[in-house]
Design a protein around this ligand. Sequence first.
Ligand SMILES: C[S@@+](CC[C@H](N)C(=O)[O-])C[C@H]1O[C@@H](n2cnc3c(N)ncnc32)[C@H](O)[C@@H]1O
Length: 258
Amino acid sequence: MSNENKSIHEFDFNLICDYFSSMERQGPGSPEVTIKALSFIDNLTDESSIADIGCGTGGQTMVLTQNAPGHIKGIDLFSKFIDLFNSNARRLNFQERVKGIAGSMDELPFRDGELDLIWSEGAIYNIGFKRGLNEWRRFLKTGGYIAVTEASWFTNERPSEIFDFWHDAYSEIDTIPNKVKQMQDAGYIPVATFILPENCWIEHFYVLQMEAQEIFLKKYAGNKTAEALVSNERHEMQLYYKYKDYYGYVFYIGKKIN
Ligand SMILES: C[S@@+](CC[C@H](N)C(=O)[O-])C[C@H]1O[C@@H](n2cnc3c(N)ncnc32)[C@H](O)[C@@H]1O
């Protein structure tokens, strides 16, 4: 497999962490989109318990905290992201309501029925959309919500170059109606679905990466893995510009009613 097609998981974790930790977010999204998704959720109070799974350094978690009541636990596999997450929470004076915990999404530290809301932007793919929806459901109260973003196809057909790229990177990518059915089959009412606008990928993600790449390449000059990581990210960005009519991230919001 060439570096061009290398999945990000095949690179050194510390390098990935270093690359992404300088950015406010580690995946496509925006404050406006987080707030829009939140507008479909009507069960929250000051006593609510919210989990943000695969929270990264907390870009979207801090937006959630500013716009929703309740207490939020952010979970991420990388303790370096969690350290940055907790220092972001302290900087914004959210430390009473927001706590970052290092841990894995396949072994969540919650009791059955504990949560009012499960949030996960650009991260459920790590466990798989179907598995995540099914396994996390038990942590929600009756009447609780789940809101996740997931890579999805916009059309029934697509050019083979982009099909092959995604098939290697995340074979669970599927069309929006199929994802909605998976949500329904996992025991949620599909409350809302919307496509993230292009600015979530371009202004809020790739443009920020372009600046970070220059700094990263200087810091790791001569390091082949670092160079391969950057070229992998650049290739992914070029594919996005070329094929953005065919795929993107979609917010899927579901409600557990029993
Ligand atoms: C694309 S980033 C998205 C981060 C953040 N939600 C955002 O939108 O900016 C995916 C995140 O999932 C985390 N992650 C990967 N595998 C994980 C696992 N098994 N458990 C928890 N977090 C995981 C990564 O460390 C990373 O922060």
